[in-house]
Design a protein around this ligand. Structure first.
Ligand code: PBG
Ligand code: ZN
Length: 342
């Protein structure tokens, strides 16, 4: 039997001095024991697809990024793919907006054309994900269908009416070559509706990335400029989650799992690390985090003033998302991280 004396004899002479710095002393040991890292395979770059070869429109609030026609998109991505980029999220940006969202559902929509060009150029070197939502495609800029209530005269956003459009969009994008479709609309029942539509159309292997925990955030401004998708009236608070709530996200994760989501996403990223971590504890599905346009743009703006080193801040932010539980991080900063290697 061990006694106090016995233990004391075995212990280092001065037990009061622990030296955690030994684990920080050399780059090799720091790399060897890191809890998380930002490998390029963990990043997905959001891209904005225009209809028409040769087109290129810089996005002022997302410096370094542009809306691109199919050929220009391929040109811009080629060096990034060579540097290790493995995934993109394609957002179609139509020239004309229609409330039947025909540019989302048509075979020749801007995202569909981009997907064809990307597949042709990169084959299986690049995982193709495609956004499914109404807001960039409609004049009202909402993610569901605005309906005026006959009795009250108030406009509400109808989710059920959006499901057929979202489902048709998902099928069209899958047909155009998307490996994954990502419904970002936040309407109830969307994952089940999209899953059923994909299966019925024979796209059983097309996976669904669900925006499980998407918050009504003030960080989406630059994206809305890029996609021309700001709501024409009102806001998105009746369908995106209240930033003060975490249980809504946990419930939504359970619903999405049951409905057949293949991966769950939290958005924005950094303000919601607790949500990411809570989902990580509760689900066996892989998790994605969306480091959104505002998160990217704020760092860039500070860097322009010489106040921070953008690349270093991005790395720290992305590793935070990985540490909190994200397998995959959607980020505009993939550009900054990867261009070091070009
Ligand atoms: C909505 C959608 C949003 C973003 C992408 N799709 C949010 C919104 O406009 O409410 C934002 C992405 C970003 O900020 O990078 N379907
Ligand atoms: Zn939307």
């Amino acid at each position: 039997m061990r006694t106090e004396t016995h233990l004391a004899e075995l212990a280092p002479r001065d037990r009061s001095v622990a030296r955690p710095r030994r684990l920080r002393a050399h780059g090799a040991i720091r790399d060897a024991i890191a809890d998380a890292s930002v490998d390029p395979a963990r990043l997905a770059l959001p891209v904005f697809a225009l209809d028409g070869d040769g087109r290129e429109e810089p996005i002022a609030s997302l410096p370094g990024h542009a809306r691109l026609g199919p050929d220009r998109l391929v040109e811009r991505l080629a060096p990034l793919v060579d540097a290790g980029l493995r995934s993109v999220m394609v957002f179609g940006v139509p020239d004309d907006k229609h409330d039947d969202a025909r540019t989302l559902t048509a075979e020749d929509g801007p995202a569909q054309k981009a997907l064809h060009a990307l597949r042709e150029a990169f084959g299986d070197r690049l995982l193709l994900m495609a956004d499914v939502c109404l807001c960039p495609h409609t004049t009202h800029g909402h993610c569901g269908v605005p309906v005026t209530d006959a009795s009250t005269g108030r406009v509400r956003i109808d989710g059920d009416a959006a499901l057929p459009l979202l489902s048709a969009g998902a099928v069209s994008l899958a047909r155009a070559g998307a490996d994954w479709v990502a419904p970002s609309d936040m309407m109830d029942g969307r994952v089940a509706a999209v899953r059923t539509a994909l299966d019925d159309a024979g796209h059983r292997d097309t996976a669904i990335l669900s925006y499980t925990a998407k918050f009504a955030s003030a960080h989406y401004g630059p994206f809305r400029e890029a996609a021309g998708s700001a709501p024409a009236f009102g806001d998105r608070r009746t369908y995106q989650m209240d930033p003060r709530g975490v249980r809504d996200a946990l419930r939504s994760a359970r619903l999405d799992e049951t409905a057949g989501a293949d991966m769950l996403l939290v958005k924005p990223g950094l303000p919601y690390l607790d949500v990411l971590s809570a989902l990580h504890d509760r689900t066996d599905l892989p998790l994605a985090a969306y480091h959104v346009s505002g998160e990217y743009a704020m760092v860039h703006a500070a860097a322009e003033r010489g106040w921070v080193d953008a690349r270093a801040v991005y790395e720290e932010q992305l590793v935070a998302l990985r540490r909190a539980g994200a397998d995959l991080v959607l980020t505009y900063a993939a550009l900054d991280i990867l261009s070091e290697d070009i």
